[in-house]
Design a protein around this ligand. Structure first.
Ligand code: ATP
Length: 755
């Protein structure tokens, strides 16, 4: 125990010092806040409706200050409970005396000496803690490499500001803190890993921030967690260049967003945009038509015994493919061609800009901009041309009449005829100049009518006209015909399928571009295996950024009919210079549960390596016969498990129908399990949910329940089962009629037991 350690008094003292320093800061911040609040009240009292905007500005800036310090204060309060979690003793090569650094979630500097009291886990030197062994190490900061030696790595357990324990780690000791952390309950697990981030995970977090990364990681290998830590690291390292608002996090559903949104503030990330692909595209394109989600397709397929609606599935697959991307590319070229002007831009017959020159601007010089932006730019060029040449034209014309007047005045002998001619010319000159001035007012507007105004949905609908679509494909097929008819029918009803959204995003970025407030510079995608090639392509195309963090697991690709089947297709054709990384170790579950799940990998076509569970043993997964009083057994297990400290329980089914059946029966025995659907975003401790909703989530105990929809030996079912089996942290039960319902006939008999 730490209390016997010779450094114990010193460590206690250090913690008291840190807390005392933080208390001082908190007190100072609170006084600042009070002062600001008083100033705000004062400004408010002095405010009346005639006040200048200056006074409002003053109020606004007070409010901003207050917000800033309120955030700081909140962070300080949070930090005080656990100021640091590790320490390294470092000896620089050039200055070998020992320097001691305490590492925490946020940095804290001594205001007078500017020395760190706590080092931020994201700082370059802290990398040594995650990466370096005891002994010689090096780290990079601001492009320079520093060398030195680490003589001590120590981990702390601090709860509510009190030192509970600390341990030294060397090459031989196993990571006890990691073991402790993994044996805990599902609650708060995501937030607490900063102290136990493993070397391969650290590599992902700190991989070159300027390059896109794709991470293939086994179930429970920490993909979600690591993606969130990478965001935190990114914003810390690039704080001068990027704002959190420019960060987009795409997650599979609202429940998942809720799940991760609690973690981000803990990691110091506020205001990053978190949404689903569907909601994001709908917001960006301003489309209000209802969208049928991919989950509906999946459920229809699963409930129809994997037959599904073949046109529906085929269409979904096609609309996510590279072939469809090519159709869209050609289609956008075809739309682009409609912007070619045939007539010159003229005023009073004078050519101000030739059609050729205008088209050159559109197709060459402004080629990189969306169509409507190009049109606006051309309009600006024509306007300035008009303003510049109008004067010239007016004076040329005036001169023409003046010359004629001169000739009439001095060349015509007959006074009567001369008078008539002169008066005619004077009136004509006035009229001609007026006409030009008038024409000049409308000529630009009239000319701009050459540029069609396309409505996004109309453009998309137009694509499915037989004549149009066929012109973009080499060979028509029965499937393509059915896909078009199916889509036309859908669009006629003013409905969209989620697979239409990639095309709409793609067209949107061509036609108008993405509005400024929706622009993002960094995109993080979790569960990326469920995205189609074209979805990722259209995101990349819309934002023109390479800063993508893409994490996923092909073994969990339950939307395989529409999603990615491998990562290679993205490399080169969507992202250049990709950093492709793998996470093979898995942290969520026990060796016993992972062993059973691993056996399913052999039934998948991808040939994925087995996940390696970190050493944590538990009970074997157990089969419960549904026909032998399962509810009684369930009730008993539930109370035993609760008594042993388990907190979150989930009943996971293959279909929604089964979830409803299970929920009904659990209701009858008063087990208080809530049935979940797609729209809900709040997790509870006892949930019944279909597997597609459980994706990415975790629970202490999982009961797989099968009634009427057993898992078959198809790729889809194997993946569904794999996702379901990898959700528990501690215990897995399988409730069905036969072990075959869960493909246990393919598992080694010693991999599971019976209740
Ligand atoms: N280094 C670590 N230290 C402690 N816990 C960890 C660590 N890495 C991952 N975990 C825990 O493992 C669990 C799984 O992590 P996470 O959900 O991020 O994995 P995932 O790869 O996204 O999983 P899946 O693909 O199955 O949804 C979480 O409870 C997380 O806290």
């Amino acid at each position: 125990m730490a209390a016997q350690h010779p450094d114990y008094p010193q460590e206690l003292e250090r913690l008291s010092f840190t807390k005392a320093y933080m208390d001082q800061l908190i007190a100072a911040q609170e006084t600042d806040q009070e002062a600001l609040k008083r100033r705000q009240e004062d400004t408010l009292a002095r405010l009346d409706f005639k006040d200048s905007s200056l006074r409002y500005q003053e109020m606004l800036s007070h409010a901003n200050f207050m917000k800033m310090s309120a955030d700081q204060l909140e962070s300080l309060h949070r930090l005080r409970k656990k100021p640091y979690f590790a320490r390294i003793d470092f000896h620089r090569k050039e200055k070998p005396e020992r320097e001691v650094f305490y590492i925490g979630k946020m940095s804290l500097f001594d205001r007078e000496t500017q020395l760190p009291i706590i080092l931020d886990w994201r700082s370059p030197l802290a990398n040594v803690y995650y990466e370096g062994r005891i002994g010689e190490v090096s780290y990079e900061a601001e492009g320079e490499r520093y060398e030195g030696r680490v003589s001590l790595k120590r981990q702390y357990q601090i709860e509510e500001g009190e030192l509970e324990n600390f341990r030294d780690i060397d090459i031989t000791t196993k990571d006890d803190l990691l073991q402790d952390s993994l044996s805990q309950n599902a609650e708060n697990r995501l937030t607490e890993i900063v102290a136990t981030i493993q070397e391969e995970q650290n590599e992902v977090i700190r991989a070159d921030l300027r390059k896109p990364i794709i991470v293939q990681g086994a179930a429970g290998s920490g993909k979600t967690t690591i993606a969130l830590h990478r965001i935190s690291y990114f914003l810390y390292s690039m704080r001068d260049i990027f704002k959190p608002e420019e960060m987009l996090i795409l997650a599979p559903n609202q429940l998942f967003i809720q799940y991760i949104s609690e973690v981000l503030p803990e990691l110091g990330v506020h205001k990053a945009r978190q949404t689903t692909f569907i909601d994001f595209v709908r917001a960006v394109t301003d489309i209000s038509w209802p969208v049928t989600t991919q989950h509906t397709n999946l459920m229809n397929t699963v409930e129809a015994g994997n037959a599904g609606h073949s046109t529906e599935l085929w269409s979904a697959g096609y609309k996510g493919s590279d072939s469809f991307k090519e159709v869209m590319e050609q289609y956008s070229k075809y739309i682009e061609s409609s912007y070619a002007v045939r007539e010159d831009f003229r005023l009073a017959g004078f050519k101000l800009k030739s059609a050729k020159a205008i088209n050159q601007l559109f197709y060459k010089h402004y080629h990189y901009f969306p169509y409507e932006v190009r049109v606006q730019k051309i309009k600006a060029v024509l306007r300035s041309e008009l303003n510049r040449k109008k004067k010239q034209i007016l004076s040329t014309l005036a001169k023409k009449y003046d010359d004629q007047l001169d000739r009439a005045l001095f060349g015509m002998k007959d006074p009567e005829k001369r008078k008539k001619r002169v008066s005619f010319l004077i009136t004509r000159k006035e009229e001609a100049l007026d006409e030009i001035k008038k024409e000049a007012k409308t000529v630009l507007q009239t000319f701009m009518k050459n540029y069609p105004k396309w409505k996004l949905l109309d453009v998309y609908i137009h694509l499915y006209e037989e004549r149009i679509f066929r012109s973009f494909i080499d060979q028509d097929t029965e499937e393509l015909k059915q896909m078009r008819a199916w889509t036309r029918n859908y669009l006629r009803k003013q409905k969209l399928q989620s697979e239409d959204l990639a095309a709409l995003l793609y067209l949107k970025s061509w036609i108008t571009g993405i509005a400024k407030e929706d622009q993002v510079k960094k995109v993080v995608i979790d569960e990326a295996q469920d995205y189609s090639f074209f979805e990722l392509y259209s995101l990349r195309h819309a934002f023109q950024t390479d800063l993508f963090t893409i994490v996923g697991d092909l073994a969990q690709g339950i939307y395989r009919y529409r999603g990615l089947k491998e990562w290679e297709s993205l490399i080169g054709s969507v992202f250049q210079n990709v950093n492709y990384l793998k996470l093979q170790k898995t942290y969520r579950t026990t060796i016993e549960i992972m062993n059973l799940a691993n056996e399913l990998l052999e039934l998948m076509p991808e040939n994925l390596p087995k996940a390696e569970p970190v050493v944590r043993h538990g009970e074997k997964p157990q089969f419960i016969n549904r026909n032998q009083g399962w509810l009684e057994i369930f009730k008993e297990k539930l109370s035993d498990l609760k008594a042993s400290g388990m907190k979150s329980f989930a009943v996971v089914t293959k279909t929604q129908k089964e979830a409803a059946l299970a929920a009904e029966q659990l209701d009858d025995i008063g087990a208080e399990f809530t049935m979940f659907d797609e729209t809900q975003s709040q997790m509870t401790d006892r949930m019944v949910l279909p597997v597609y909703l459980a994706k990415g989530l975790e629970f202490d105990v999982v009961f797989l329940y099968s009634e009427g929809h057993s898992y078959q030996e198809t790729t889809l079912d194997v993946k569904l089962l794999y996702v379901a089996m990898t959700r528990p942290l501690h215990r897995l039960f399988l409730i069905g009629e036969n072990p075959e319902d869960f493909l246990l006939n393919h598992a080694h008999p010693s991999s599971f037991g019976y209740v």
